[in-house]
Design a binder for this molecule. Structure first.
Ligand code: ZN
Length: 275
């Protein structure tokens, strides 16, 4: 079932609401014995549990079920029958509709918790009545939910793909290159700059591939394919521990296909091998 994002509940949402409750990137789930899979709690179950919620808000719907986001107030220890799990570890376990709802919830709650005061005058800010934003009652500064764009690019040279291993990665994946967009930069310039900075390669024929929200906490990954134009691999050792050209039969450990990085590599394997 598809998740439909929204900011105000419509009257046809007659079924009990689903609550996506977060604490510091961890999602509250029910863990009752005998019930299979991960269960997102309903409002009544939360009331009975004694968990105190704050920053409650409507985020959209799944079929006729309204979906809400909230943060836990006070004691963060989940009561019996509940657990807090890092959202990133649940990606392969939740249904797709629930993933989209949980990602939106995490992104909004993280933004809310990081924006309590006006950045210009320091006054306490309030919800803006007519749109999803915060407004300062003193100076009128408006603050919208933060989305941070980042490019991710599959660079190809004949029948090989450029993959690199990040210094900081917790898992030993090789992946395509990625980096955050800088102020007043086009996405194509960002692809060129990031690839040059990280591996010393010049690219051309930059083409849009697709995009994916990455709500950890607020990235939007914008994917591209690009062709090698010039240069030899010289890694930026601050960022990377290794990089190289790989053909489809000798790929190292790569990210799963649920991420756009995995989808870019999958696209290479299907479309570019044997060029
Ligand atoms: Zn202000």
């Amino acid at each position: 079932m598809d998740f439909i994002p929204g900011t105000k509940p419509e009257a046809n949402l007659a079924e009990p609401g689903l609550w996506f409750v977060f604490d510091n990137g961890r999602l509250l789930i029910k863990t009752r014995r005998g019930e299979q899979g991960l269960i997102i709690p309903a409002g009544r179950e939360l009331e009975e549990s004694g968990i105190t919620l704050t920053r409650k808000q409507f985020i959209g719907s799944l079929g006729k079920r309204p979906c809400y986001a909230a943060a836990i107030e006070g004691d963060k220890t989940p009561p019996g029958g509940f657990a807090l799990k890092p959202l990133l570890t649940l990606l392969t376990q939740l249904d797709e509709g629930l993933i989209w709802a949980a990602g939106r919830a995490n992104q909004l709650i993280h933004w809310e918790q990081a924006h309590n005061y006006c950045g210009a005058c320091g006054s306490r800010i309030e919800d803006k009545a007519d749109e999803q934003a915060k407004i300062c009652p003193q100076c009128g500064l408006v603050n919208y939910p933060r989305v941070t764009p980042a490019v991710i690019a599959a660079v190809m040279k004949n029948d090989q793909i450029l993959l690199a291993r990040n210094n900081q990665a917790r898992v030993p994946y090789y992946s395509v290159l990625a980096g955050f967009v800088e102020p007043n930069e086009t996405l194509e310039e960002c692809v060129r700059r990031e690839v040059k900075e990280e591996v010393g390669i010049v690219v051309e024929n930059i083409r849009y591939f697709g995009s994916q929200p990455w709500p950890f906490p607020n990235s939007l990954m914008i994917g591209f394919t690009a062709e090698y134009a010039a240069g030899e691999i010289q890694i930026d050792s601050e960022e990377l521990s290794d990089a190289g050209w790989f053909d489809k039969d000798s790929l190292p450990r790569i990210p799963p296909p649920l991420s756009i990085a995995g989808q870019l590599i999958e696209w290479f394997v299907k479309n570019r091998s044997g060029v």
